[in-house]
Design a protein around this ligand. Structure first.
Ligand SMILES: Nc1nc2c(ncn2[C@@H]2O[C@H](COP(=O)(O)OP(=O)(O)OP(=O)(O)O)[C@@H](O)[C@H]2O)c(=O)[nH]1
Ligand SMILES: [Mg+2]
Length: 444
């Protein structure tokens, strides 16, 4: 990790030409740099118009200066913000002048990382900054803002506190071994266990949906050639995106289309028809189709409803990814369109009948309910840690229920708390910070 004692500098506005270019400085040297560049230190938190000068006293630009004394700044350190003209040259001259005065160029995400290290933000909030900057839908932006304002952190904190109370309860009981402990007749303990289990379930659902809000939900369309995969992609996206012909083996490349199902961002992936003995180009297409399956959140297995034979389901499908069978071309087969009791969707990509049932099905598969105001963004990292935490909790609970093993429960609760702590950054796993902050842009 870069030396946190250095004073860092970077342009906070994107490279290129713009109305205003902002240069940000953070660290102890910010005060002396302000004195040299501006002539004197401006009033804290007050926009002050000044000339910006380099180390030799030469004029570089003029604009607004803002000084934030520690600890009341974004990073928790003394921060100087210089808002000058937004030309790439003038901004880089200013950065160079500040480097000449002793600052170092900031690494990607280094300002946010310092904010984290100085307890201005937890990890969830730091990650939410990136999610807000990169949000692709207004819903995702709102959700990121909720994470940034601490809604997600708070939910994690409430659960962590519940686990702590439960653990203290168990440990207090273990500490008096002379008394006969009967955990299973301890109503308060059992209630606490139930409460924790309930909180895990709720949080897991929220985090799952938060991840979908951030990353979208990927639906991969597969099946034999000519069953209507590309037609379905076109129908769902409302665009003539994929080539459709009666020739089997039309699609060879992977095709991706973003669609929006009631605010749920879905990435549809159309693939080459899977069949034996393809030509060389098609063979590569099939290889790519199989690869696309590996990252799918859900799979649509398309079949031709006019064919009685249902076809063999692909082997080697990724585990745990739901597969929905879609029988297409009901306009020809005469099947009733809609979702059958068995969960098979009958539709016609040509007429559009039954497609609404498929949309509903995709929403169900995503576990997506329009959470609206309550939703926050989350990442796979958060979901993984939460699942680990839930697994430790469940293991401990089973140990208690089956063998009255209070010590085992206490230990599993400790591990569960630790996994939860990784989500907010209260507990840091190896190289986690480097991984997280490296995806930030410079100046953030
Ligand atoms: N009548 C009818 N024809 C359809 C329907 N869906 C697709 N077709 C026709 O079936 C043929 C194949 O459609 P595609 O969408 O290209 O099929 P595909 O599964 O993408 O085929 P490949 O890319 O070759 O694997 C075309 O002639 C379509 O017009 C449908 O619902 N009803
Ligand atoms: Mg196709």
């Amino acid at each position: 990790m870069a030396n946190p004692a250095d004073t860092i500098v970077a342009a906070a506005t994107p490279p290129g030409t713009g109305g205003i270019g902002i240069v940000r400085v953070s660290g102890d040297l910010a005060v002396t740099i302000a004195r040299q560049v501006l002539g004197s230190l401006p009033e804290p938190r007050t926009a002050t118009y000044r000339t910006f000068r380099g180390a030799g006293g030469d004029k570089i630009d003029a604009g607004l200066a803002l000084y934030f004394p520690a600890p009341n700044s974004f990073t928790g350190e003394p921060v100087l913000e210089l808002q000058g003209h937004g030309g790439p040259l003038v901004v880089s001259l200013l950065v160079e002048a500040i480097v000449a005065l002793g600052a170092r160029r900031a690494e990607p995400g280094e300002f946010s990382q310092r904010a984290f290290l100085n307890d201005k933000l937890d990890l969830i909030q730091a990650e939410a900054i990136v999610d807000l900057i990169n949000a692709g839908t207004s819903q995702a932006a709102r959700a990121a803002l909720r994470s940034l304002s601490g809604a997600f952190s708070k939910a994690v904190g409430v659960l962590a506190e519940q686990l702590l109370q439960l653990r203290l309860h168990v440990e207090a009981a273990i500490d008096f071994p002379e008394e006969e402990i009967d955990f299973l007749s301890d109503e308060r303990l059992l209630r606490r266990l139930d409460d924790c289990a309930g909180s895990f379930a709720v949080l897991k659902q929220e985090v799952t949906q938060g991840r979908i809000l951030r990353d979208g939900f990927q639906v991969v369309i597969v099946g034999k050639p000519n069953v209507g995969k590309s037609s379905l992609l076109n129908c769902l996206s409302g665009q003539d995106a994929a080539i459709v012909t009666e020739v089997a083996g039309t699609t060879r490349d992977i095709l991706r289309e973003q669609i929006d199902i009631d605010g749920l961002a879905v990435e549809l992936v159309d693939t080459a028809g899977l069949r034996e003995n393809p030509d060389r180009v098609e063979e590569e297409g099939i290889r790519r189709a199989r690869k696309a399956l590996q990252s799918a959140d859900a799979i649509l297995w398309i079949q031709d409803a006019t064919e009685a034979e249902h076809g063999e389901l692909e082997e080697n499908l990724p585990e745990g990814v739901p597969v929905t069978v879609v029988r297409n071309k009901t306009d020809l087969s005469g099947d009733v369109a809609g979702c059958s009791d068995a969960g098979t969707v009958y539709l016609s990509a040509k007429t559009g009948e039954g497609v609404e049932a498929l949309r509903r099905r995709i929403r169900e598969l995503a576990g997506y309910e329009n959470l609206g105001e309550g939703a926050f963004t989350a990442r796979k990292r958060h979901l993984d840690a939460l699942e680990r935490a839930a697994m430790h909790f469940a293991t401990g609970r089973i140990a208690l229920e089956q063998t009255q093993a209070g010590e085992l429960l206490a230990e599993e609760l400790r591990l569960s708390q630790q996994a939860l702590g990784e989500i907010t950054g209260a507990v840091l796993a190896d190289d986690l910070l480097g991984k997280i902050f490296s995806e930030f842009c410079i100046g953030k």
